[in-house]
Design a protein. Sequence first.
Length: 416
Amino acid sequence: MKQLHLGSLKLLAFIAIFFFAISFFWSSGKKKSPYSKRAIAQSLTSSVSKNEFPPAGEIELTDENEKTSGQFTYTLDQDLQETLIKQFESYKPDYGAFVAIDPKTGSIRALFSYTRNKKDIGNLTLRASFPAASVFKIVTAAAALDKKKANPETVISFTGANHTLYRQNLKPPKNQRWVRKMRLREAFARSVNTVFGKLGIYTVPKEDLNHYAEKFQFNKDIPVDLPVEAGTFEFLGEDPLSVAEVASGFNRNVLMSPLQGAVMAGAIANDGLMMEPFLVDSFTPNRAGVPYQAEPVPMGQVISAETARELRSMMQDTVRVGTSRKSFRGLVRQSVKAEVEMGGKTGSLTGNNPKGKYDWFVGYAKKGDKSLGLAVLTIHEEKWTVKSSYLASKAVERYFAPDLEAVKARRKKKKS
């Protein structure tokens, strides 16, 4: 019996050593790609600034002071890309940008920058000169939900209009006659500034707002193979109004890029797990060498899966009954029957770089394993030509066309 036990131990030890050896030789034989995301970004800077995605180019080697030429392939969904290009060229806002990513992998499915007068101002999807506006309410809500300081059904009392923010409305009201009460989910959907300002003063400490802003990539370099600018976040003062302005997005000092908006939306769609975005799927050198193949890389769990689900339920209210209900009205009816979940957050504010009225939509759509995180920005110098939420609805409609068209086909079949 003792000999049998000893023999079993020897067999187990042999198997363990065998598999360790295989793993060691496989990993040592696997060559590391000599190309970094930074090098790829540098090689594409000039082309991407012109909305061009060259099939060939040169990349500087990571460990050597030389460049190698080769062939690129990209992660873009050409059908989605072309649909958005047509939409922008049809409505002609003064400026515009659109980014869509696959939340599960981080692959960029669409990336397009638009200027009506063809001004050479670079690729707007990568610029972080745009006030985040009410899109920042996503961060404030995430901090409150994730820290269990509130939930979507939490009722908050306030005074004042929905889209203003005055110092007197942030104080406890002296007269109860004008007090309004609203659930957090409704305040999010309608983008009520005073509610989120009060969240920032009384519910979510400044330290938490700062922490969650960094989680959503403010004041950080996003690890992407594109030359994107970092979004910025700061409090301009210590007084309650300054805190309220940041928490509600009613300021011009919290800035972000459309790419960052899509990454934020992707994390929420992916149950709180943020993935590194990437545009280049592969690079094959013309001469003998190790090719580059992109792989999904997690950046971290920015919020819990439960918080992500609560945020999505609030974002769904935005397209159903909130600030983008008109743009999504027809699509919402179709999506319910097609079982496509969708939601988002709007934001609007005047800005100066470039000058105009800024209009945001940052959102997501998903069905089963298929999902999309997206950000749309339009800027209008004088007249509005199109809402960003409308362009977002067209993107979702195109990306989930097979599911939506299947519903239409079943409806026709029932009528016939």
